[in-house]
Design a protein around this ligand. Structure first.
Ligand code: MG
Length: 160
């Protein structure tokens, strides 16, 4: 069996007047993430990790924000496209470990739905799609609630 590893990081700015979408879940909150797409940092970090593992650059290369087709697009749909690329290369997902850095709101109540959404697209059981969350301890851009960040690592296995 062949293994590939990938890492992905994403950051978006928090602003008023935007929906907060994380892992395909709309979270009721006073601010949302700014971006050309729905700015779902969780999906972007996982997409980047997958693309890294298959040696295909990053999501900016495949879904440029200069392209009007991706304006307001659901990042779960972009992840679905990335997953088709992973499968086309002969791989399946072994597991993903993800950390979301956000000062507020508490993400605990939404974790299970996020995990389910991602696991469904990645075709893994929920325990292979781990989601962790941490705050910025009131320090830096996360702590000042100027933005959110997500980091993911993924292990791919050659498909049987
Ligand atoms: Mg992004």
């Amino acid at each position: 069996m062949t293994f590939r590893i990938g890492q992905g990081t994403d950051i978006h700015q928090l602003v008023e007047g935007r929906k907060l979408i994380l892992g395909g879940v709309e979270i009721p909150w006073e601010k949302g993430l700014l971006g050309h797409s729905d700015a779902d940092v969780v999906c972007h970090a996982v997409s980047n990790a997958l693309l890294g593992a298959i040696g295909e650059g990053d999501i900016g290369r495949h879904f440029p924000d200069s392209d009007p087709r991706y304006k307001g697009v659901s990042s779960i749909e972009l992840l679905r496209v990335v997953m088709t690329m992973v499968k086309a290369k002969g791989f399946c997902v072994g597991n993903v470990d993800l950390t979301v850095l956000a000062e507020r709101p508490k993400l605990g109540p939404y974790r299970e739905q996020m995990q389910k959404n991602l696991a469904t697209v990645l075709e893994v059981t929920p325990d292979a799609m781990n989601i962790k969350a941490t705050t910025g301890e009131k320090m830096g851009f996360v702590g000042r609630e100027e933005g959110m960040m997500a980091e993911a690592v993924v292990l791919l296995e050659s498909a049987k």
